[in-house]
Write a protein that binds this ligand. Structure first.
Ligand code: C5P
Length: 226
Protein backbone atom coordinates (compact mmCIF):
# COMPACT_ATOMS: atom_id res chain seq x y z
CA UNK A 1 0.00 0.00 0.00
CA UNK A 2 1.53 3.37 -0.98
CA UNK A 3 2.56 5.50 2.01
CA UNK A 4 0.07 8.37 2.01
CA UNK A 5 -1.65 9.96 4.99
CA UNK A 6 -5.44 10.53 4.87
CA UNK A 7 -5.11 14.22 3.91
CA UNK A 8 -2.95 13.26 0.91
CA UNK A 9 -5.33 10.41 -0.04
CA UNK A 10 -8.27 12.86 -0.03
CA UNK A 11 -6.37 15.04 -2.51
CA UNK A 12 -4.94 12.21 -4.60
CA UNK A 13 -5.81 11.76 -8.27
CA UNK A 14 -4.35 8.49 -9.55
CA UNK A 15 -3.30 8.63 -13.21
CA UNK A 16 -4.56 5.45 -14.88
CA UNK A 17 -1.88 5.42 -17.55
CA UNK A 18 -2.61 1.87 -18.66
CA UNK A 19 -2.89 0.66 -22.24
CA UNK A 20 -5.90 -1.63 -21.81
CA UNK A 21 -9.21 -1.97 -20.06
CA UNK A 22 -8.07 -5.27 -18.50
CA UNK A 23 -5.04 -3.73 -16.77
CA UNK A 24 -7.13 -0.74 -15.66
CA UNK A 25 -9.89 -2.78 -14.08
CA UNK A 26 -7.36 -5.10 -12.45
CA UNK A 27 -5.83 -2.05 -10.76
CA UNK A 28 -9.20 -0.50 -9.79
CA UNK A 29 -10.45 -3.77 -8.36
CA UNK A 30 -7.27 -3.99 -6.29
CA UNK A 31 -7.92 -0.42 -5.00
CA UNK A 32 -11.45 -1.40 -3.95
CA UNK A 33 -10.30 -4.70 -2.39
CA UNK A 34 -7.63 -2.90 -0.35
CA UNK A 35 -9.98 0.05 0.51
CA UNK A 36 -7.55 2.40 -1.21
CA UNK A 37 -9.88 5.32 -2.10
CA UNK A 38 -8.26 8.24 -3.92
CA UNK A 39 -10.26 11.45 -4.49
CA UNK A 40 -10.38 10.71 -8.20
CA UNK A 41 -8.80 8.73 -11.01
CA UNK A 42 -7.40 10.32 -14.15
CA UNK A 43 -8.08 8.90 -17.59
CA UNK A 44 -5.60 10.17 -20.15
CA UNK A 45 -5.18 9.98 -23.87
CA UNK A 46 -3.72 6.45 -23.98
CA UNK A 47 -6.68 4.78 -22.32
CA UNK A 48 -9.37 7.03 -23.79
CA UNK A 49 -8.11 6.62 -27.36
CA UNK A 50 -7.69 2.86 -27.02
CA UNK A 51 -10.85 1.99 -25.10
CA UNK A 52 -13.28 4.82 -25.89
CA UNK A 53 -15.81 6.64 -23.72
CA UNK A 54 -17.90 3.57 -22.74
CA UNK A 55 -15.44 2.50 -20.10
CA UNK A 56 -15.86 5.79 -18.21
CA UNK A 57 -19.35 4.77 -17.11
CA UNK A 58 -18.03 1.42 -15.83
CA UNK A 59 -15.36 3.21 -13.79
CA UNK A 60 -17.97 5.60 -12.38
CA UNK A 61 -20.17 2.62 -11.52
CA UNK A 62 -17.28 1.23 -9.41
CA UNK A 63 -17.49 4.43 -7.33
CA UNK A 64 -14.61 6.44 -8.77
CA UNK A 65 -14.77 10.12 -9.74
CA UNK A 66 -13.06 10.94 -13.03
CA UNK A 67 -10.65 13.60 -14.26
CA UNK A 68 -10.65 13.22 -18.07
CA UNK A 69 -7.23 14.52 -19.11
CA UNK A 70 -7.37 15.03 -22.88
CA UNK A 71 -5.49 18.36 -22.97
CA UNK A 72 -7.52 19.80 -25.83
CA UNK A 73 -5.89 22.49 -27.99
CA UNK A 74 -7.75 23.79 -31.08
CA UNK A 75 -9.64 26.85 -32.41
CA UNK A 76 -12.60 28.17 -30.35
CA UNK A 77 -15.42 26.55 -32.34
CA UNK A 78 -13.83 23.09 -32.50
CA UNK A 79 -12.82 23.23 -28.83
CA UNK A 80 -16.33 24.25 -27.74
CA UNK A 81 -17.88 21.40 -29.75
CA UNK A 82 -15.43 18.88 -28.28
CA UNK A 83 -16.15 20.14 -24.77
CA UNK A 84 -19.91 19.79 -25.30
CA UNK A 85 -19.35 16.13 -26.23
CA UNK A 86 -17.09 15.59 -23.20
CA UNK A 87 -19.58 17.28 -20.86
CA UNK A 88 -22.14 14.58 -21.73
CA UNK A 89 -19.79 12.00 -20.16
CA UNK A 90 -20.54 13.47 -16.74
CA UNK A 91 -16.89 13.59 -15.65
CA UNK A 92 -15.84 15.65 -12.62
CA UNK A 93 -12.86 17.47 -14.17
CA UNK A 94 -11.60 17.89 -17.73
CA UNK A 95 -8.97 20.12 -19.33
CA UNK A 96 -7.66 22.15 -22.26
CA UNK A 97 -4.33 23.89 -22.94
CA UNK A 98 -4.06 27.49 -21.67
CA UNK A 99 -1.59 28.03 -24.51
CA UNK A 100 -4.57 28.09 -26.92
CA UNK A 101 -5.45 31.57 -25.62
CA UNK A 102 -8.28 33.32 -23.81
CA UNK A 103 -10.86 33.19 -26.64
CA UNK A 104 -10.54 29.40 -26.82
CA UNK A 105 -10.74 29.05 -23.05
CA UNK A 106 -13.82 31.27 -22.84
CA UNK A 107 -15.58 29.27 -25.58
CA UNK A 108 -14.69 26.05 -23.76
CA UNK A 109 -15.90 27.33 -20.37
CA UNK A 110 -19.22 28.47 -21.88
CA UNK A 111 -19.69 25.11 -23.62
CA UNK A 112 -19.08 23.11 -20.42
CA UNK A 113 -21.39 25.33 -18.35
CA UNK A 114 -24.16 24.93 -20.92
CA UNK A 115 -24.10 21.10 -20.88
CA UNK A 116 -22.71 20.05 -17.47
CA UNK A 117 -22.28 22.83 -14.90
CA UNK A 118 -20.88 20.35 -12.34
CA UNK A 119 -17.86 19.50 -14.54
CA UNK A 120 -14.83 21.58 -13.59
CA UNK A 121 -12.78 22.88 -16.50
CA UNK A 122 -9.09 23.47 -15.85
CA UNK A 123 -6.22 24.51 -18.11
CA UNK A 124 -2.78 22.99 -18.52
CA UNK A 125 -0.15 25.70 -17.99
CA UNK A 126 3.38 24.48 -18.67
CA UNK A 127 3.87 20.71 -18.60
CA UNK A 128 5.83 19.52 -15.58
CA UNK A 129 8.14 17.62 -17.96
CA UNK A 130 9.33 21.01 -19.26
CA UNK A 131 12.25 22.94 -17.76
CA UNK A 132 13.31 26.60 -18.02
CA UNK A 133 16.04 25.59 -20.53
CA UNK A 134 13.51 23.77 -22.74
CA UNK A 135 11.22 26.81 -22.66
CA UNK A 136 14.06 29.03 -23.89
CA UNK A 137 15.78 26.64 -26.33
CA UNK A 138 12.79 24.78 -27.81
CA UNK A 139 10.09 27.48 -27.73
CA UNK A 140 12.16 30.72 -27.74
CA UNK A 141 10.27 31.92 -24.66
CA UNK A 142 12.59 34.10 -22.60
CA UNK A 143 10.46 35.00 -19.56
CA UNK A 144 10.91 32.92 -16.41
CA UNK A 145 8.94 29.72 -16.25
CA UNK A 146 7.20 30.99 -13.12
CA UNK A 147 6.07 34.27 -14.78
CA UNK A 148 4.86 32.38 -17.81
CA UNK A 149 2.84 29.90 -15.77
CA UNK A 150 1.34 32.75 -13.75
CA UNK A 151 0.29 34.62 -16.90
CA UNK A 152 -1.39 31.48 -18.26
CA UNK A 153 -3.15 30.95 -14.91
CA UNK A 154 -4.41 34.54 -14.86
CA UNK A 155 -5.65 34.15 -18.45
CA UNK A 156 -7.49 30.96 -17.42
CA UNK A 157 -9.11 32.71 -14.48
CA UNK A 158 -10.19 35.67 -16.66
CA UNK A 159 -11.68 33.26 -19.21
CA UNK A 160 -13.90 31.72 -16.52
CA UNK A 161 -12.07 28.43 -15.92
CA UNK A 162 -12.11 26.71 -12.52
CA UNK A 163 -8.36 26.22 -12.15
CA UNK A 164 -5.14 25.00 -13.69
CA UNK A 165 -2.81 22.05 -13.95
CA UNK A 166 0.55 23.31 -12.70
CA UNK A 167 3.67 22.16 -10.91
CA UNK A 168 3.45 22.26 -7.13
CA UNK A 169 6.32 24.75 -7.31
CA UNK A 170 3.90 27.34 -8.70
CA UNK A 171 0.77 26.43 -6.70
CA UNK A 172 1.31 28.92 -3.91
CA UNK A 173 1.91 31.87 -6.23
CA UNK A 174 -1.14 30.95 -8.33
CA UNK A 175 -3.34 30.76 -5.23
CA UNK A 176 -2.11 34.21 -4.16
CA UNK A 177 -2.78 35.80 -7.55
CA UNK A 178 -5.91 33.93 -8.68
CA UNK A 179 -7.63 33.39 -5.32
CA UNK A 180 -8.02 30.45 -2.99
CA UNK A 181 -11.00 28.96 -4.84
CA UNK A 182 -9.03 28.68 -8.07
CA UNK A 183 -8.06 24.99 -8.27
CA UNK A 184 -4.44 23.88 -8.48
CA UNK A 185 -4.04 20.32 -9.76
CA UNK A 186 -0.41 19.27 -9.51
CA UNK A 187 1.32 16.38 -11.31
CA UNK A 188 5.06 15.69 -11.03
CA UNK A 189 4.64 14.22 -7.53
CA UNK A 190 7.14 11.67 -6.26
CA UNK A 191 7.85 9.95 -2.95
CA UNK A 192 11.20 11.14 -1.59
CA UNK A 193 12.89 7.83 -2.41
CA UNK A 194 11.54 7.18 -5.94
CA UNK A 195 12.85 7.92 -9.40
CA UNK A 196 11.71 11.10 -11.22
CA UNK A 197 11.18 9.27 -14.60
CA UNK A 198 10.58 11.94 -17.31
CA UNK A 199 9.34 14.65 -14.91
CA UNK A 200 11.55 17.69 -14.29
CA UNK A 201 9.80 19.75 -11.61
CA UNK A 202 8.89 17.27 -8.90
CA UNK A 203 7.79 17.48 -5.25
CA UNK A 204 6.73 15.04 -2.51
CA UNK A 205 2.96 14.71 -1.71
CA UNK A 206 3.27 16.40 1.71
CA UNK A 207 5.30 19.33 0.37
CA UNK A 208 2.96 19.80 -2.60
CA UNK A 209 -0.07 20.01 -0.30
CA UNK A 210 1.74 22.43 2.00
CA UNK A 211 2.55 24.50 -1.10
CA UNK A 212 -1.11 24.95 -2.03
CA UNK A 213 -1.97 21.95 -4.25
CA UNK A 214 -5.72 21.20 -4.10
CA UNK A 215 -5.08 17.90 -5.86
CA UNK A 216 -1.90 15.90 -6.38
CA UNK A 217 -1.71 13.72 -9.50
CA UNK A 218 0.38 10.55 -9.16
CA UNK A 219 0.75 7.86 -11.78
CA UNK A 220 3.68 5.49 -11.82
CA UNK A 221 4.63 5.96 -8.15
CA UNK A 222 1.21 4.55 -7.17
CA UNK A 223 0.31 2.17 -10.00
CA UNK A 224 3.66 0.37 -9.79
CA UNK A 225 3.49 0.15 -6.00
CA UNK A 226 -0.05 -1.16 -5.52
O1 C5P B 1 3.60 8.77 -13.62
P1 C5P B 1 3.46 10.23 -13.30
O2 C5P B 1 3.15 10.50 -11.84
O3 C5P B 1 4.63 11.06 -13.81
O4 C5P B 1 2.15 10.68 -14.11
C1 C5P B 1 1.76 12.03 -14.18
C2 C5P B 1 0.49 12.13 -14.95
O5 C5P B 1 0.11 13.51 -14.99
C3 C5P B 1 0.57 11.65 -16.39
O6 C5P B 1 -0.68 11.02 -16.67
C4 C5P B 1 0.73 12.92 -17.22
O7 C5P B 1 0.09 12.83 -18.46
C5 C5P B 1 0.00 13.94 -16.34
N1 C5P B 1 0.41 15.33 -16.49
C6 C5P B 1 1.69 15.79 -16.26
N2 C5P B 1 1.99 17.12 -16.43
C7 C5P B 1 1.06 17.99 -16.76
C8 C5P B 1 -0.25 17.53 -16.99
C9 C5P B 1 -0.55 16.20 -16.82
O8 C5P B 1 2.56 15.01 -15.90
N3 C5P B 1 1.36 19.28 -16.82
Amino acid sequence: MPKLNSEALNKLIVALDFSSKEETFKFLKRCNDESFSPAMVKIGMELFYSEGPEMLREIQDMGFKIFLDLKIHDIPNTTASALKAIAKLNVDITNIHAFAGKAVMKAAADAIKEVSPKTKLIAVTILTSMSQDMLRDDLLINTTLEDYVLKLALNSKEAGLDGVVCSAHEANLIKKQCGNNFLTVCPGIRFADTNSDDQQRIMTPEKAIASGADYIVMGRAITKAL
